[in-house]
Design a protein around this ligand. Structure first.
Ligand SMILES: C[S@@+](CC[C@H](N)C(=O)[O-])C[C@H]1O[C@@H](n2cnc3c(N)ncnc32)[C@H](O)[C@@H]1O
Length: 159
């Protein structure tokens, strides 16, 4: 293996594993999403990579913040906590939570919170995303999952 291959591989191993939680959303992809959904809060961000005017960082802990009634963007850390983030998006009371996730349809979080959930809309990305800072496209497929609040079945019926 050449030096260039070794360098490329080690770069990939940082970018394309759960060792990093900095898979920055490609800006053009985010812009198209935000044109459609008009989001306000980036719940997993740093000061450098926040996509929206309001955001929470690791120190502020977006996972335990109050999402109720908010229009939320979530591209979470892809490590072992990802199920907690998906659970929060599904049940945390956001007006809308638009989530960029690895399309891992064999996972517990996918089956528990997304698959078969009438509040969850799934959109599977065609091709692979090239995340910010990565030299190559991701080695996994991505999906957008949109959780929308629905009025409770006991809400008032007009008339
Ligand atoms: C995949 S990146 C998303 C970056 C950016 N928001 C975007 O969509 O491009 C995940 C970000 O979540 C941040 N993060 C990790 N734990 C967090 C927490 N508990 N609360 C808020 N942000 C957190 C990481 O520092 C990282 O910047």
């Amino acid at each position: 293996m050449s030096d260039a291959d070794i360098k490329k591989r080690s770069t990939m191993s940082v970018h394309f594993s759960s060792k990093t939680d900095n898979w920055a959303t490609p800006q053009d992809f985010f812009d198209a999403v935000n044109d459609e959904f008009s989001l306000l809060w980036d719940v997993c961000a740093s000061h450098e990579n926040a996509k929206l005017p309001f955001y929470w960082t690791r120190d502020q802990d977006g996972l335990s913040a109050d999402w109720r009634g908010k229009r939320v963007w979530m591209n979470p850390p892809y490590g072992s906590e990802i199920g907690k983030w998906v659970e929060k998006a599904a049940t945390g009371g956001a007006a809308i939570a638009v989530c960029l996730l690895p399309a891992r349809t064999d996972t517990r979080w996918f089956h528990r919170h997304i698959y078969g959930n009438p509040k969850a809309e799934m959109r599977f990305a065609k091709g692979r995303l090239k995340f910010g800072g990565a030299a190559t496209s991701a080695p996994f497929p991505s999906m957008l999952v949109i959780f929308r609040q629905r009025r409770g079945s006991n809400s008032a019926v007009p008339g």
